[in-house]
Design a protein around this ligand. Structure first.
Ligand SMILES: [Zn+2]
Length: 439
């Protein structure tokens, strides 16, 4: 049972400095925490008024060799590696401040970003994470021979085939993208270039910051780099890193399987654009619901549409089921990360009984709002009778919260018999009474 998915930002700022790949200029970058629902933004600290630009697909300007975003005359180049790290580690909101037009290239991989983001740490925010769930296959194809398809999947997965000139260095890699897998298998993979391409660029003076310290150079059948290859298939892994970064421009966590053949920034951003379009199309046909109907449960997003409670005081992860008009079952995964365990008690974590009563109250009020077919009222807890705590609840337990409506007087007053169950044993129970007030 996955825990509730909330948006996250950094616990504190993360910093990185180095050299810009294309201009060769020194650059300092600082990733700052940002408000829920604000997404990822770049801020140019070196310009007057420090303008910002949203890292969104609508702001993509050019896709040759790297992804450049901008608004008006403002430009930020090579956004894909920092975006890749933020997205794969689950950072929904952040402001990336820079004093140049391009982030530091580091060692050509996303590892320096991953290290700094990890050092800063993540904190959950009071808003549900935004997802894009693929419902039907979507594909893009480019004239240069890239083909990308995304298929429905419960996870975010990428299966990628890359191949160089004359199909040299053809490599295949397939993986789910989770923070742990990304950090180990994808983030360390470095940028690579074909000598044929860089020779021309060097002559045009277009990669001033480029060196064997931040890119692998492929010349004929040989591979030139300061450090040996980090993986035998490092190239395709870097292609996956770039796909994650370019698709981050969608601004939503993707649930789908990307199958990519010879991807590049052009095809990647085109897929992101197609996903954005598909999302808008679905959002337009979905009716706005005041309350979900039917016997099915509610996911965390739906729960948060109904209940005003937010982390760390939202005590229900999802509603598993309703039974007729009078019964409801909710679930709460109790993890060691719950803030209350820190002090209750140090070295001996036990879930406070009053929070189990709160969980009962939240689940019961979902039932009552469903009966009144309105989420526009606030339930006030009037009394709790016969409350008993039978067993302690520990980190790792899954709390099943059952509530049954036993009495209701008009729309205003209701009584529910509630219990919390762990491993089929009742851990707490009580009779709760509520009154409702219009918001
Ligand atoms: Zn790259």
């Amino acid at each position: 049972m996955p825990a509730a998915e909330f948006q996250h930002t950094l616990a504190k700022a993360a910093s990185l400095s180095g050299t810009s790949l294309h201009t060769g200029a020194p650059v300092s970058l600082k990733i700052q925490p940002a408000a829920p629902d604000s997404g990822i933004k770049f801020k140019r600290k070196d310009l007057q008024d420090e303008p910002t630009v949203d890292a969104t697909i609508a702001n993509v300007k050019t896709v040759e060799r790297a992804t450049t975003i901008g608004e008006g005359s403002l430009r930020v180049h090579t956004v894909e590696h920092v975006l890749s790290a933020l997205s794969a580690l689950g950072v929904d909101n952040a402001i990336i401040e820079m004093d140049a037009n391009e982030p530091p290239i580091g060692d050509g991989s996303a590892l320096p970003y991953v290290d700094e983001i990890r050092r800063a740490g993540l904190v959950p925010q009071e808003a549900p994470r935004r997802f894009f769930r693929v419902r039907e296959p979507i594909s893009v194809e480019t004239k240069s021979g890239s083909l990308l398809v995304i298929l429905p999947d419960d996870e975010f997965r990428i299966s990628c085939t890359q191949s160089g000139p004359e199909n040299r260095f053809t490599q295949f890699f397939s993986t789910a993208i989770t923070p742990a897998i990304y950090e180990k298998e994808i983030a360390p993979a470095r940028t690579f270039v074909y000598y044929e391409d860089v020779q021309a660029l060097m002559e045009k003076n277009l990669i001033k910051g480029g060196s064997l310290e931040n890119a692998i150079v492929v010349r004929g059948d040989s591979v030139l780099s300061k450090e040996p290859l980090r993986f035998p298939d490092e190239f395709v892994r870097h292609k996956i890193l770039d796909i994650v970064g370019d698709l981050a421009l969608l601004g939503r966590a993707i649930r789908g399987h990307v199958v990519a053949v010879r991807p590049g920034h052009g095809a990647n951003t085109e897929l992101a654009r197609a996903l954005a379009k598909a999302h808008e199309a679905t959002a337009a046909v979905l009716p706005k619901r005041s309350f979900p109907l039917g016997e099915g449960g509610l996911d965390i997003n739906e729960v948060m549409n109904v209940l005003p409670h937010r982390y760390p005081f939202l005590m229900v992860d999802r509603i598993l089921s309703f039974e007729g008009e009078t019964k409801i079952t909710g679930i709460k995964s109790v993890t060691i990360n719950e803030p209350f365990f820190q002090g209750h008690f140090p070295g001996h974590p036990v879930m406070p009984g009053v929070l189990q009563v709160e969980a009962m109250a939240q689940v019961a009020s979902v039932l009552m709002m469903r009966i009144s077919k309105s989420a526009s009222r606030v339930g006030y807890f009037v009394s709790a009778d016969g409350v008993k705590f039978r067993k302690p609840v520990f980190p790792g337990d899954t709390l099943f919260i059952h509530a049954e409506l036993t009495k209701s007087r008009g729309n205003r007053l209701a009584k529910a018999s509630c219990k919390c169950v762990v491993n089929d044993a009742i851990v707490s129970e009580g009779e709760l009474m509520f009154t409702f007030i219009d918001k």
